[in-house]
Design a protein around this ligand. Structure first.
Ligand SMILES: [Zn+2]
Length: 444
């Protein structure tokens, strides 16, 4: 099965041709672990999961890397606000994030590099960029000179005619203001103990260099697919390309995939509007996280999706009805439906049409119940809706987070902390069994 994907860089549908035979190497911009991920962030990871499952279905082996940003402007600020060390803060939100992924039946990527583990690689890149004159030093840090970069801004189709030379230390800025950006920020009091020695001066990395260093170190100088939300096109991906290509002299990624936003009641989610929805909110309202997955698949990943509670309710009902077509008896996969499914999903991961086809199967009076089940379960290898007739128990994300913290405490032989966490988990109505395979959690 050939797979065609829409490459943002060329603005066209392209057949995937991996650099290394049957292995696809892909990099996803992962979470900045300073808060709960909202459902728009989570949509990006559902899209990555559909991509991975499609590639595996097509017979590729996949090397999938998703970074964890555990040091940047936002994480440092939040650690001060919460009175935690940076590592306490980021570990807490990383555990919650990974629990969210599992609840959404997302296969967690095998490689989850942390920015703080790759500082040496970032320093090496910056040293070379300084030597080769792509970067320069100022009083407050090391900056990348975008005037030296060939084709800067092509990915985001930036108009650079109005750009005057100026620089910006913030990791995030406006599309109208392409500027030299910080690769490294010299230590200031706000950074506290979060500081690293480097030949060009003590400090910490900017956000963009983190992804370049992790992607190159884990996947090589040119990767097959790089993904992220559309909000990352500029400045983040634009800057990743500029600094990586200046460093290696090679194309950074063959294909760029970008997923669209989730709107809420027709509006962009934002703190100021107070309409941010997390998976925790969804579970608290007694919806299954998989209902949200079904909801997400109802829109193509490159189309905006509009979240409403009625929409989620509809998704939950639809999912339960679809699941009711899976009985205990599993027959043969219907070849003609299978072929149509493969055409649909290999055409830029067209999940809305794949769901429509699943419904066509479910309603097909000519097909035996057993063959329906087999055909739908085959689709589900990609859709990941966890279709099965059995009841699933959902462990709330907070409980999962506590369990992971306890796991950590046990690893560090901190029995006092581990015991107090057990008491806390019990008080919330769950018990923990320590088995040979690890901790098992269940409702009392
Ligand atoms: Zn990134």
């Amino acid at each position: 099965m050939d797979v065609a994907l829409f490459n943002t860089f060329s603005r066209s549908l392209e057949k995937l041709e991996p650099l290394h035979d049957h292995e696809v190497r892909m990099y996803h911009c992962g979470p900045t672990v300073y808060d709960y991920a909202h459902i728009g962030n989570l949509r990006a990871y559902i899209s990555c999961d559909i991509l991975r499952r499609t590639l595996e279905y097509a017979g590729y082996s996949v090397k999938q890397v998703m970074n964890i940003t555990d040091i940047d402007d936002k994480t440092i600020k939040r650690s001060h606000d919460e009175g935690l060390t940076l590592s306490e803060l980021t570990k807490k939100y990383e555990a919650i994030f990974l629990a969210d992924l599992r609840h959404l039946n997302i296969n967690v990527p095998e490689h989850l590099p942390h920015a703080t583990e790759h500082i040496a690689g970032m320093i090496a890149i910056i040293e070379k960029l300084l030597r080769d004159d792509f970067a320069y030093k100022t009083d407050d840090g090391v900056y990348f000179n975008i005037a030296k970069s060939k084709g800067y801004g092509a990915l985001a189709e930036l108009d650079l005619t109005a750009v005057t030379q100026s620089r910006i230390a913030n990791d995030e800025y406006d599309k109208k203001n392409a500027r030299d950006f910080a690769l490294w920020k010299f230590w200031t009091e706000d950074d506290g103990e979060n500081v690293f020695d480097a030949s060009f001066g003590r400090g910490r990395p900017g956000w963009h260099i983190e992804c370049s260093a992790m992607a190159i170190s884990e996947l090589g100088e040119t990767i097959d697919i790089h993904t992220g939300g559309v909000d990352l096109l500029f400045p983040h991906h634009t800057n990743e390309i500029a600094q990586s290509e200046a460093f290696t002299g090679k194309p950074f990624a063959k294909m760029w995939l970008h997923n669209e936003f989730v709107m809420v009641d027709g509006q962009k989610m934002s703190k100021s509007l107070g309409n941010i929805i997390t998976l925790r909110t969804i579970v608290e309202k007694d919806f299954s996280p998989l209902a949200y997955r079904y909801f997400v698949l109802g829109a193509h990943y490159r189309a905006k999706s509009n979240f409403t509670w009625e929409g989620l309710e509809g998704a939950e009902t639809a999912l339960a009805r679809l699941e009711s077509h899976i009985g205990e008896e599993i027959g043969k996969i219907n070849e003609s439906y299978k072929k149509r499914f493969e055409e649909i999903i290999s055409n830029d991961l067209d999940t809305p049409r794949a769901l429509a086809l699943a419904w066509e199967v479910a309603k097909d009076a000519e097909l035996s119940n057993a063959d329906k089940a087999a055909t739908l379960l085959n689709f589900d290898r990609v859709l990941g809706l966890s279709l099965s007739p059995k009841q699933k128990e959902i462990i709330p994300v907070e409980i999962e987070a506590l369990v992971r913290t306890r796991e950590e405490a046990r690893k560090n032989k901190d029995w006092k902390k581990s015991d107090s966490l057990r008491t806390e988990i019990n008080s919330l109505g769950y018990e923990i069994l320590d088995t040979e395979e690890g901790q098992v959690v269940q409702r009392f």
